[in-house]
Design a protein around this ligand. Structure first.
Ligand SMILES: *Cc1c(COP(=O)(O)O)cnc(C)c1O
Length: 374
């Protein structure tokens, strides 16, 4: 089966192999700790910073929740920026931990409007922090995180940025953009197995956590527990060495391939292939270079398109929530990206839509032309 989903993505055989076999005891072996710290350094390098990154043994959602839990104190006002499925979800976490979420909503089909946000902040900027999603995976939009975080900085508002589906796929400069907590997952553009979260913390975020008046109401989600090494244990709990080995190999693979450029190239090719075949992209602007969301043609459902593709050996994603049957999505992420995978994808799409009566799609033709030009 060829996986062209918007995550989890294709695991390269090298990464799979790195996971095999128990090598050591991660709690007791000082060599493991050195290895682990080096993987954290590689993560920071992906986003061009010397600030520390930490690895949580947790699916991405726990990093979203943990960032709010650690950074926000009860009673604080939090600006929740939302133009998609994941954006608004942050307000629940703010609620759980006793904060006051104020929603700033944008259109699902457009990137967050920085000028509208500026106008909003001119009237009300009394926020301790803001949350936002860099790439809204369900709708294929990449927001201008750098412009938004810089604007927030002007008002001394700290930022939590969900980069789960952009980390390693879009070029992110952590320091330059002024993010305070960047959080990512391993199962999207890095193409490591699901199960680890990665977080990069700014100086300001660290200071705010250290200077809290109230305790961080969690052990597992307390990000300081990952920064502060106790005398007897290097980690707050036993790390999964398999997943860390896999992540390390995935990061090496990421480094060896010109990954950011590949995401950009395959993002462009995928959008062009759909547009040339007469489809409508869901976003009107701010197109993501890691995932493309496309409107399902009249008379069809995403579920049936996915079923037909799967029967022919290719897995793609459908929409989420209200849009679950109205969108199909292609993840041009990490190890999904190969000529072989995309040739298979576009061959199958021509077949599936051809069988549905659309005689003039030209997915494969667009792809071969683009590859020949590159
Ligand atoms: C994938 C993803 C997450 C984590 O969600 P899971 O589907 O549980 O892996 C969080 N935020 C964004 C933007 C994502 O793409």
């Amino acid at each position: 089966m060829k996986i062209l989903c918007a995550g989890p993505t294709t695991i390269d055989p090298r990464v799979e192999k790195a996971m095999q076999g128990i090598v050591t005891n991660p709690d007791l072996d000082p060599e493991y700790e050195k290895f682990h710290r080096n993987v954290e350094k590689k993560l920071s390098r992906v986003v061009h910073t010397d600030r520390p990154s930490i690895i949580m043994l947790a699916e991405g959602m726990l990093a979203l929740e943990g960032s709010v839990c650690s950074l926000m104190e009860p009673g604080e006002r939090v600006l929740v920026l939302s133009n998609g499925f994941f954006g608004a979800g942050f307000s629940e976490f703010v609620d759980f931990f006793g904060g006051e979420a104020v929603l700033f909503e944008g259109d699902f089909r457009h990137g967050l409007d920085v000028d509208a946000l500026r106008a909003f902040l001119e009237k009300d900027s009394d926020f301790a922090l803001a949350t936002m999603v860099h790439c809204e995976t369900p709708s294929g939009i990449t927001n201008d995180a750098a412009a938004i975080c810089k604007l927030l900085k002007e008002y001394s508002i700290l930022s939590i940025v969900d980069c789960v589906s952009s980390f390693g796929g879009e070029d992110i400069d952590f320091d330059e953009s002024g993010m305070d907590i960047l959080l990512g997952g391993t199962q999207k553009c890095l193409s490591a197995p699901t199960g680890l979260s990665i977080l990069t913390l700014s100086e300001a975020a660290e200071q705010k956590m250290r200077n809290r008046k109230t305790r961080i109401p969690s052990y597992y989600m307390n990000l300081l527990n990952y920064l502060d090494v106790s005398e007897d244990f290097a980690f707050p709990y036993t790390m999964s060495e398999h997943l860390t080995y896999a992540l390390n190999e995935a990061l090496d693979l990421w480094q060896e391939r010109d990954s950011i450029a590949l995401h950009r190239q395959y993002g462009e090719i995928t959008r062009k292939a759909f547009v040339d075949s007469g489809f409508t992209l869901y976003p009107k602007d701010a197109f993501s270079d890691t995932v493309t969301a496309v409107c399902v043609p009249d008379g069809m459902t995403a579920t049936e398109i996915l079923d037909r593709c799967r029967e022919k050996g290719v897995m793609i994603s459908k929409g989420v929530g209200e849009l679950h049957d109205g969108l199909i999505r292609i993840g041009h992420m990490g190890s999904n990206i190969s000529e072989e995978n995309f040739r298979a994808l576009f061959t199958v799409l021509d077949e599936v839509f051809g069988e549905a009566g659309m005689a003039d799609t030209r997915f494969l033709e667009t792809f071969e032309a683009a590859i020949a030009r590159a």
